[in-house]
Design a binder for this molecule. Sequence first.
Ligand code: 5GP
Length: 200
Amino acid sequence: MRRGLVLVVSAPSGAGKTTLCQKLLAADPEISFSVSYTTRKPRPREKNGVDYFFVDQDTFEKMIEEGAFLEWAKVYDHYYGTAKAQVEETISQGRDILLDIDVQGAFQVREKLGRDAVLVFILPPSLTELERRLRSRGTEDEETIKRRLSFARQEIARAKEFDYLVCNQELARAFDEFWSILKAERQRSFRRQDLLKRFS
Ligand code: 5GP
C-alpha cells in the first residue's frame, strides 16, 4: 500500500478554490475532504459535519488545549481548525485528503507533516478580476469586499512559498493542472516504495 498524501489548497477568497476542490472530489475517488471545525455560524445550505463542524468558542478552545488540531488559525474574526485524527487515519490507510485552509494553516501543516503535505496555491488571473468576481457574487458588503481584497494581497505575497501555483483563468484548464499535481505527487518514489517491494 502506498502512503497517502495531504493536499493543502489555499487561495484568496474569490479565486475559485471551492469550485476546483469540489470538482476534484467528484472526479477522484481516492481523495476525501477534511471537514474543518469552525466557530463561525453556518451559512444557508451549509450542513454540520459536511461543510464544517460548527462549534462554539469554548469547545474550540478546549480542543486546542487537548492538542486535537493539526493546525488552527483565526481567519476573518473566527477560528478554524483541522482535526489531527481524521488526517492521520486517512493517510495511514493509503488514501489522500484535501485540506481547504488558509495560508497560515497551510504552513503549519507543512511544518508538522513535511513531505506528506503538498501545498497548492490557487491564483486569480489578476487583482482586478478578483475584485470583479467578489462583487459579482453579491453576497458581501463593500467593507467586507475591501477587507478581503487587502487580505488577498497579503496571501498572494506568500504564494511563492507554496509547492505549486495554479492560475484559475479558465476553469477547465486550471482543473486539469490541479488534478495533474495530485496524480504526479502520488507517484513520488518515496510514496511508492510499495511498488519496489515486489522486486526485493
Ligand atoms: P469560509 O468561512 O469562507 O468557509 O472560509 C474562510 C477561510 O478559512 C477560507 O480561506 C478557508 O480556506 C479557511 N479555512 C477553512 N477551514 C480552515 C481550517 O481548518 N484551518 C484554517 N487554517 N483555515 C481554514
